[in-house]
Design a binder for this molecule. Sequence first.
Ligand SMILES: [Cu+2]
Length: 179
Amino acid sequence: MAYVRASWHTAPMVTENFIAPAERNVKSNRRFQNVSFILPTIGILILLFAFVMLCFQVAAAMNIPRVDVPTVSDKSPFGHPGLYRLKDGSYQAYFAADVARFNPSTMTIPVGSKVLFFVTSPHQARGFAVAETTVNMEAGPGWVETTSHVFDKPDTYLLVCSLNCGLGHEDMYAKLEVK
Ligand SMILES: [Cu+2]
């Protein structure tokens, strides 16, 4: 016992740079934890970036038109949404799906018309569906969705948001009067 005690007391002094083995393990574990957190995060960010770029390329390849969100309400045609008659006798209908409303909220369409609908949303994804027809779209912010429909019979058609888009969703409707 005396020998052991003597060796303990004669052990080298702990210097400032000396790190006890247990403490060294803790530091090395922390470093490992930091790396194991940072690397997957960087990987996920790279994948996310690649996915967003891919979406833009797919949209460009599909020729999906876009609008400039901050100025969409200042410029035609979404700045002046409504029904436009083309030279060939067909119609284009522009709608902006905004918070708790469609703009315009009413539209009169001549019976028998072929209407090409354009819809965009400046803030978030909104639905656009005309009851009793096959018109049903989803417009993301800045994206312009289109579809067409021929209105053969006179009626009042209800236009609703077909996407549960949150606050004000239940107030999102408009009327299309075909006569
Ligand atoms: Cu909605």
